[in-house]
Write a protein that binds this ligand. Structure first.
Ligand SMILES: *[C@@H]1O[C@H](CO)[C@@H](O)[C@H](O)[C@H]1NC(C)=O
Ligand SMILES: *[C@@H]1O[C@H](CO)[C@@H](O)[C@H](O)[C@H]1NC(C)=O
Length: 469
């Protein structure tokens, strides 16, 4: 079942954006259409599609109507930057290919996080942490004498995010060299945190969580474990994307934890989402309740699983050769923002070797709800809200309870955390100590962890804040 659905998802994504980005990315859009043709003729795709013919027809029909809806959602307010004003896509394709091809021989793509950390000369530890509701999470550590720093990854990511940029640009290594005690969390459901004291990932109930539970249970459990192990009273927290969303859930729903945070750095904070510019994400948002109910009815609760199925899928979608791998990179840009000046294409094979790391479909749907509502609130169960919350609307997260000192890092080309949404967030928070807009036009969502000039554009500022708190 999963295989069919990922393929449907991929086909849907390709077919949707093919219609809306023609003008923006003529060459890419042509290639993606031919990939779509290849895909639909590929036996891997047609066989499962025959088995679930009805579901397929329903979804394709619905998605075919989305581009119309897109005009409404993308609307005149959507400001799409001109693609590569300073680098012509076709001209630079040769360089990109060369960089990418060079990266293919890098065996970092197949090493796990512990092997990577050892390869680059650091010590590592692996800790198991049990949450109040029984999930067993893995936390990685590069031990150091200094203050503990806790790094929390984004949606579909894992602790790998902070090391796969390599020893020069990986945030975990930079902090470790500085003497910090570096801890990297893993949210429930990702490839390192797929165990539970009673439940199995094959059960629907295992996946019944969104980033609300990550913030409510996982972050407190991991932070307490770090404090117990190190005999410290607080950590410095760095969150990226969903690592910020879940932080704000924790700090508002479990306000005692504010005291345990010396300072929080929010890399691309995703909280208010009315201005999300990513065409794919906007197109998917209105369909999320529908997709969620279909996925639930067929028992597909895990989004982009990292297992053999996922690997074969990557082969079908991305692995047909260098061009299609680069297209996978392009899909990333269509989600994250189209600036690629800071993207290290040599590292793309390594990135694709470690992401996506798994999440629940409910996490995605909860974000979809945020785009539609423009508010930061708990999961909307529709008619079941009264039963769950005692109110017709899901409760909003209480910003007034968040007291930890927070620095917000954002950028112009980030298609997920729009500067206007970040500004809105900054006005709601009581204790913003810094708002930093990265002074580089093309800096996109992914660059907050993997930018070529990460040290200059992110780390220097982050480190300066750390030395003050
Ligand atoms: C833990 O920290 C407290 C307070 O700083 C100190 O009194 C105590 O001796 C420490 N315990 C250990 C085991 O280091
Ligand atoms: C790009 O990635 C490669 C492979 O991980 C790495 O060796 C190289 O140093 C990176 N380049 C920059 C400018 O960070």
């Amino acid at each position: 079942m999963r295989l069919q659905f990922f393929i449907l998802f991929a086909v849907a994504v390709l077919s949707c954006h093919g219609q809306i980005v023609d003008l923006l990315f003529p060459s890419f859009s042509k290639t993606s259409k031919s990939l779509l043709n290849t895909l639909t003729k590929n036996p891997f795709v047609t066989i499962p599609a025959q088995i679930s013919g009805n579901v397929l027809t329903t979804i394709i029909d619905t998605l075919a109507k989305l581009p119309d809806a897109a005009t409404r959602y993308l609307g005149p307010g959507l400001h799409l930057p001109i693609f590569s004003s300073d680098r012509n896509w076709i001209d630079s394709l040769g360089n990109i290919m060369a960089d990418y091809t060079e990266g293919l021989s890098n065996n970092d793509a197949v090493l796990d996080i512990t092997q990577l950390i050892h390869k680059y000369g650091f010590e590592s530890e692996e800790h198991e942490v049990e949450t109040e509701d029984g999930f067993l999470l893995t936390v990685f550590r590069i031990p150091g004498e200094g203050t503990p720093v806790f790094l929390q990854h984004g949606l579909l990511g894992s602790a790998d995010e902070f090391v796969i940029a390599g020893p020069e640009s990986g945030l975990a290594y930079m902090l470790a060299r500085e003497g910090y005690d570096v801890w990297m969390g893993n949210a429930r459901g990702n490839k390192y945190s797929r165990e539970h004291v009673r439940l199995e990932p094959s059960q629907a109930i295992f996946w019944d969580f969104s980033w609300h539970e990550v913030g409510y249970y996982d972050l407190p459990a991991m932070i307490d474990h770090i404090l117990d192990t190190t005999n410290q009273s607080s950590v410095k927290y760095v969150g990226y994307s969903q690592g910020t969303t879940s932080f704000f859930v924790m700090a508002s729903e479990r306000p005692d934890y504010n005291e345990k945070i010396e300072v929080m750095i929010a890399l691309s904070p995703v909280v208010f989402m009315s201005n999300v510019r990513s065409p794919i994400v906007r197109l998917m948002a209105p369909g999320t309740p529908f997709i969620y109910s279909i996925l639930n009815s067929i028992g597909w609760y895990e989004f982009l699983p990292d297992d053999n199925v996922m690997r074969s899928l990557k082969f079908v979608v991305c692995g047909l050769g260098p061009i299609s791998d680069i297209m996978c990179g392009n899909l990333l840009f269509l989600i994250a923002g189209v600036g690629y000046a800071q993207f290290n294409f040599t590292n793309l094979p390594v990135i694709l070797g470690h992401t996506p790391a798994g999440a629940s479909t409910k996490q995605i749907v909860h974000y979809g709800q945020g785009i539609l509502s423009g508010e930061f609130k708990q999961f909307d169960y529709g008619s079941e809200n009264v039963e769950k919350y005692g109110t017709e609307e899901p409760p909003s997260y209480a910003f007034e309870k968040i007291t930890a000192p927070i620095a917000l890092f954002h950028s112009e080309y980030d298609w997920l955390a729009h500067p206007a949404d970040v500004e809105k967030l900054s006005k709601k928070l009581n204790n913003v100590i810094d708002i930093y807009k990265v002074p580089e036009q093309q800096f996109n969502h992914l660059d907050f962890v993997w930018a070529i000039d990460f040290e200059e554009l992110i780390y220097t500022r982050l480190h300066k804040i750390f030395t003050k708190f």
